[in-house]
Structures are given as C-alpha cells and as structure tokens.
Design a protein around this ligand. Structure first.
Ligand SMILES: Cc1ncc(COP(=O)(O)O)c(C=O)c1O
Length: 360
C-alpha cells in the first residue's frame, strides 16, 4: 500500500474519555465528564418532538443543502442563504476548507495552543503550520500578521480560544483584518460565541460585509446541545462558500441534525438560560480557584483553563479516580487542566475532588 507519505505518522484525534469507559475501567457508579465542552443542560425540549417526527423519514436522504435550515439561519444572522454552508460538525467545515484551499507546501498560521483540528487538517493536506505563541493565553494577532508570508493561504483564529477560553477584543480583530493580505483566507472559529458576555467581543458575522476574505464558523454542538447530531456551519461571502461547497459530500448532514438545529434556533429562551447558568458557573469556579490559590485564564466560553500547580496529566489521573473527567496534556501549558463548566452540582463535585487531590 502507498498512502500519502505525509499522513503515515499522523496521530489519531484523542477525544475526551467516554463516561462508560471510565465507569467500567475504574468500577465507579457515578462519573462526571467535564472534558468536551458539551452542554450540561442538554438541548431544547423542542428537539425531541421534531426528532420523533423525522423517524418516519429515515429511509429518505436529507436535503443536501439544508435549504430550510439555511433560510432560518440566514434570517437569524441577517445574511443570504448562499452565504451559509453546513458540515458534519464545524469539524467538517474545517476539513472542507483545508481540502478546498491547501496544496502541499502551502502554509497556514495559527496560535501555538489552539483547537488541534486546524493543524491536523493542514497536515493531511501537506500544508505547513506556522504556530505563533499565545500571549498570556490570548491570540497574538500582531505576531500572526508578521508570520504571514507568500505561501500563507489561511489564518485560523479561535475566538474564544479553545483551550484557554480567552477572546481577542473587537478593535484588535478589525485592526488585524484591515492588514491581512486580501488573498489570505481568515477562518474565525466562533464555536463558543453564544456564551460570550463581554462587550468587547465582536460577532464575526457582522464583519463579513467589510472583509470578503473572512469565514466564520459556528456550531450547534455547544450552547444548542446537539453535539451527537453533528451539525455546524460556516458563514462567508457567496464566492468563498461556493468554493467550499464544491468539495463537500452531497449528504453530509442528516435529517435529524437539520430538524433539530432548526427547532433549536427557534428556542432562544433555552440559549439565554444556558448562557446565564454558564456565567454563574464561571463565577463560582473562579471564586473557588481564587480560594484555592490557583491561577486561571479569563473564561469566555463554557470551559476554564486553570493552573493546578502540578503536572496536569497527573492531576487528570487523580481526578479520574474520583470520577471526574477533565482535559490535560496541552503541550504549551503542562500544568493546566481544561474543565468544562458543568451544572451547579457538577461544578461543586469537581471542586471537592480537586481540593481533595490538592490537599494530599
Ligand atoms: C473551537 C472549536 N471549534 C470547533 C469545534 C468542533 O465542534 P463540532 O464539530 O462539534 O461542531 C470545537 C469542539 O470542541 C471547538 O472547540
């Protein structure tokens, strides 16, 4: 067999540990997963009814271009339907962008500790990743601008950044976009946008008119609570969206996903409640970290990165034994864990376990 040489040694993506695996391996009855930034409050109650209706249509292919959902989202975001593309999660949009744009030897610029899927897809296409160090956990947009060269095709900005949870303020983002060469595509990944309460945060979709080389990624996996159904979307100028559509598989989002997304979009009360509860969770966790003398990054999404002052991979194992799954193993931050903001009860149990480990 002769696979592409540059994919032979690529690592396989390591997701957060599944709850059932941990229960079985450690013989625990209760396990709390705070590792994948899922919504601890589930999804809108309206979703169940539309999924039940869709059961009758299981034998039918979905609408490949998700016309109804695109119409609803276009109205919601004040854009046209031809400015939206759907993916099997925003993960797939990232892969499609890489597929549409990279030739082997191209370059893309990203932060040194950000969502790993940008680099893995660049690797798959044989493109080189230029990783610019975060500054205090925040994207260094000036550094990223300087890293752009003649081979740069894409700049990836994760806002809020996974795993640090930080945001770039509106003024810095627009100053950056003003100076990026127009042939370079800027991918602004806003998977956690709906959680952000900070007034300096810009809704990237409102910038699309001014910056035709921008594409904004959103997802139904986070605040809408539809992670298992796999649906995310990109919004950009029609020309950019058309290019990406040309490399998309015909039926990449299911009927269930499209129907659930549409129903979720019609229940903004659920979204507002989750946002408010998440802010309460952040406040609580920040207070507890302060009490325990632990430093953390300002969290704007539904997760917090905290310095546990010991090897994070060891902390991960200790918490696991107490039935709490978090995320560790971030090369730039070997002493930090990333924890999803859970329900009030889950957060309290996490803090109690963390304290137990720290006091040992
Ligand atoms: C920053 C960021 N972008 C994209 C995704 C992918 O989300 P999905 O493929 O579920 O839409 C995630 C998931 O964790 C993420 O953290």
């Amino acid at each position: 067999m002769l696979p592409k040489p540059h994919i032979v040694n690529l690592p396989v993506y390591q997701p957060g540990k599944p709850i059932e695996d941990v229960k079985r391996e450690l013989g625990l009855t209760e396990v709390i997963k705070l590792a994948s930034n899922e919504n601890p409050f589930g999804c809108s109650p309206r979703v169940q009814a539309v999924l039940e209706e869709e059961i009758a249509n299981i034998s039918l292919y979905p609408d490949g271009s998700a016309v109804e959902l695109a119409g609803a989202l276009a109205e919601y975001h004040h854009v046209n339907s031809d400015q939206i593309i759907f993916g099997c999660g925003s993960d797939e949009i990232i892969a499609l962008i890489a597929r549409a744009f990279f030739l082997p030897g191209d370059e893309s610029v990203m932060a040194d500790q950000t969502f790993s899927v940008y680099k893995s897809n660049a690797d798959i296409e044989g493109a080189k990743s230029i990783e610019v160090p975060l500054k205090d956990g925040v994207h260094d947009l000036e550094g990223m601008l300087q890293a752009i060269g003649p081979k740069t095709k894409i700049v990836w900005i994760c806002n809020p950044n996974n795993p640090t949870g930080t945001i770039v303020p509106d003024s810095e983002l627009t100053s950056f976009l003003d100076r990026v060469p127009e042939q370079v595509l800027v991918v602004l990944d806003e998977a956690y946008a709906e959680y952000v309460a900070d007034p300096t945060y810009s809704d990237g979709i409102s910038l699309l008119e001014k910056y035709p080389n921008l594409i904004v990624l959103r997802t139904f996996s986070k605040i809408y609570g539809l992670a298992s159904l796999r649906i995310g979307y990109g919004v950009g100028q029609p020309g950019v969206i058309k290019l990406i559509n040309q490399v998309r598989e015909p039926f990449n989002t299911s009927r269930f996903a499209q129907a659930a997304a549409k129903a979720s979009l019609a229940d903004l009360e659920f979204v507002a409640t989750c946002k408010a509860r998440n802010r309460e969770g952040i406040r609580y966790l920040n207070e507890q970290f302060d009490r325990l003398g632990l430093e953390y990054f300002q969290a704007h999404g539904n997760f917090i990165m905290v310095n546990v002052k010991t090897k994070a991979t060891e902390m991960f194992q200790s918490l696991l034994r107490l039935g709490i799954i978090v995320r560790a193993g971030f090369p730039v931050y070997p002493n930090h864990i990333r924890v999803t903001v859970g329900s009030a009860e889950q957060n309290a149990k996490f803090i109690s376990a963390l304290e137990q480990v720290l006091l040992k």
